[in-house]
Design a protein around this ligand. Structure first.
Ligand SMILES: Nc1ncnc2c1ncn2[C@@H]1O[C@H](COP(=O)(O)OP(=O)(O)O)[C@@H](O)[C@H]1O
Ligand SMILES: [Mg+2]
Length: 400
């Protein structure tokens, strides 16, 4: 084969790919400072709340008013909104970001009984039709649909892991029952440097079970089993109140079949335990102790949020709680983050509703800087491209 035909075969493919990657990296650096997207969801009144007077008014698609205070958000969903509507408007457009190599975190915040678990779909049950389930099952289903449409060009591996933070300890929800309550199964957080972007720190849970799943059904079975192991307890505000923060991680790894380059991205779904006041949720004994821990970690979360939005504070104490430590990336870092603040419209919850709305409003000011997570193969590819272009320059020099 002549040198010229060799050049014409190589040049367009590699030059195009190199230019595209370089432009993508530059654009990522320049443009990707995004605010956390904040949505508020006002659930309908439940049967035992029917005679109370809802204090909260939804105005337009992004304004709410409660007790004379008006707040603006990116989205506001009223009492008739469905899980499908919330998913399609706020989360669906983030799924392609995962395939571009960006992390995505969805966080449900709100008082006990306000609809966090319902909205996230953490309590998924395979009898519920897929269009009525919460964000997690819908997001997972869309991930596998996208994999199906891209599998001719790329190889994918999807891994799931699931933890809960209960009384400031981390438990693995992905391992079989029995083992779960074992003291030894309390897990620790570790930090490591990102191989691709050295300025980034990756926060992980050491020895956490990671399961490879091949389809929506397998992923949802994992979710169902894990959620069944979550600590719950009855409070006056919610018969099956989640007493822990639950974090499901869906890791999507992809390798381009023609170039061998790889990317990975984390879809992180956080169902927080409810913020509550002990007098309204009527807790005592163990429930009160749990409530104190829950409120403490939510307070640390709000302190981190305040620090991130303050122009004066430069040090952010992410290690002040397990929750903020694990959410480090999602709050101030390398992730597209959506917070869904759930509120209960009944008059007895007016104070909690107001505090949730204030909290969510502050969170809106946080800025994230999402970056593509390239793997080491991609680094090698870049090196290879450099070498190939040096060879091409030598060939062109020879030709002219
Ligand atoms: N948007 C909604 N529409 C109908 N029922 C809802 C809605 N949100 C929550 N619920 C119901 O309200 C109750 C409390 O919701 P849940 O998600 O468990 O609250 P949280 O997780 O915030 O403590 C559950 O019975 C749930 O089915
Ligand atoms: Mg819950």
């Amino acid at each position: 084969m002549s040198v010229v035909s060799l050049v014409s075969r190589y040049l367009p493919k590699f030059v195009k790919r190199t230019i595209k990657e370089k432009i993508n990296f530059k654009l990522t650096k320049i443009m990707n400072t995004t605010n956390i997207v904040v949505a508020v969801r006002n659930r309908r009144l439940l049967n035992d709340e029917i005679d109370s007077h809802p204090p909260l008014v939804v105005e337009g698609h992004n304004v709410v008013e409660v007790k004379g205070h008006r707040f603006t958000y990116d989205y506001v969903f009223g009492k008739d909104s469905s899980n499908l509507e919330v998913y399609e408007e706020v989360v669906k457009n983030k799924i392609p970001n995962l395939f571009e190599g960006f992390n995505v975190t969805i966080l449900a915040y709100g008082s006990t009984g306000s609809g966090k678990t319902y909205t996230m779909g953490t309590d998924y049950d395979d009898k519920i039709p897929i269009d009525q389930v919460g964000i997690i099952p819908q997001g997972i289903d869309d991930i596998f649909k996208m994999i199906e449409s891209e599998k001719d060009d790329k190889e994918f591996v999807v891994k799931v892991s699931y933890v809960e933070i209960y009384n400031e300890e981390i438990y693995d929800l992905g391992i079989p029952k029995g083992k779960f309550q074992d003291q030894k199964n309390k897990l620790q957080i570790c930090e490591r440097e990102d191989k691709g972007a050295k300025e980034l720190t990756i926060v992980e849970v050491r020895n956490l079970t990671q399961k490879v799943v091949h389809n929506t059904k397998q992923a949802l079975q994992f979710l169902m089993k894990g959620s069944g192991r979550r600590h719950i307890g009855e409070t006056a505000k919610n018969k099956f109140s989640s007493r822990s923060h639950a974090i499901l991680n869906v890791l999507v790894q992809q390798t381009d079949k023609s170039t061998g380059s790889g990317k990975s991205a984390k879809f992180q779904l956080v169902d927080l335990a409810g913020s509550e006041r002990s007098n309204t949720s009527q807790t005592s004994g163990i429930r009160l102790k749990e409530g104190t821990q829950i409120n403490k970690s939510l307070f640390q979360l709000s302190s981190v949020i305040m620090a991130l939005t303050s122009s004066k504070q430069s040090f952010i104490n992410y290690r002040s709680s397990k929750l903020t430590h694990l959410l480090r990336d999602s709050l101030g870092g390398n992730t597209y983050t959506v917070m869904i603040a759930c509120v209960n419209p009944s008059s007895t919850s007016a104070e909690e509703t107001l505090s949730t709305l204030r909290y969510a409003h502050t969170a809106r000011k946080i800025k994230n800087q999402p970056k593509v997570n390239m793997d080491t193969a991609a680094e090698q590819l870049k090196q290879l491209q450099k070498e190939v272009s040096m060879d091409l320059i030598a060939i062109i020099h020879y030709l002219i």
